[in-house]
Design a protein around this ligand. Sequence first.
Ligand code: SME
Length: 156
Amino acid sequence: MISRADTQRGVLDAVDRAVNTEPTAEGVLRRAVELLHDRFDHYSWVGVYLVEGDELVLGPWKGPQATEHVRIPVGQGICGAAAASGVTEVVDDVNADDRYLACFASTRSEIVVPIHSRGRIIGEIDIDSDRPAAFDAEDRAFLEHVARMVSSRCNG
Ligand code: SME
């Protein structure tokens, strides 16, 4: 039985390899999204948004369905709140949060982790879960680690 900590270590190693071998930043982000989606059952939909001016623009994503929210103004939704503050947002019950922009009927909880580079917020990792309160302090620390790793290739 592989523990969650082992799975997290495996993903960090694989992201590190991607950071060092993928030819483009887009490739690094695509690989990170794929690893996060495929290795954790409670990460139902995984996407990266990139900051362009006052908007977040959807980059690589993986999940059962496309989202209609391909552009989100900074400041709107849970994604926009994290981009505005630069602080990770964890929402245990999306239906109880007025800021929530609904994407999928099955989503119960969400985490949004900003990606910082050279003192700026250049993007974020957004994960929706079909489980209520799916994201704990370990998920947060792990995803913040992933965000720091990929940021080294995203100079915005
Ligand atoms: N729920 C997000 C919008 C993006 S979708 O989850 C993919 C929000 O409230 O900002």
